[in-house]
Design a protein around this ligand. Structure first.
Ligand code: ZN
Length: 84
């Protein structure tokens, strides 16, 4: 038999649970940081056909509207948001 009292065993289980939760929390922080969206004026598009505004995943000047599939061109405008 292991020479351990009930309180020591309970403390050990709680310590292991705390380590497990910390590892999961750090993994979640890394996942959020990896898939984080950055709003910038270069990624914001507005479809002239269906008036749908959307954000593209990459900073491109030409993309397709996710609603009506028409080609949207980003026109150079005065910047209202700080661009990244
Ligand atoms: Zn559209």
């Amino acid at each position: 038999m292991i020479g351990m009292t009930y309180s020591e065993a309970l403390f050990g289980v709680l310590a292991l649970w705390l380590v497990f939760l910390s590892v999961l929390w750090l993994r979640e922080l890394q996942r959020i940081k990896r898939h984080e969206w950055h709003l910038s004026n270069g990624r914001l598009f507005h479809c002239d056909i269906c008036h749908h505004s959307f954000i593209s995943k990459e900073q491109v000047s030409l993309t397709r509207c996710p609603r009506c599939n028409s080609i949207c061109i980003r026109r150079k405008r005065r910047s209202t948001f700080p661009s990244n």
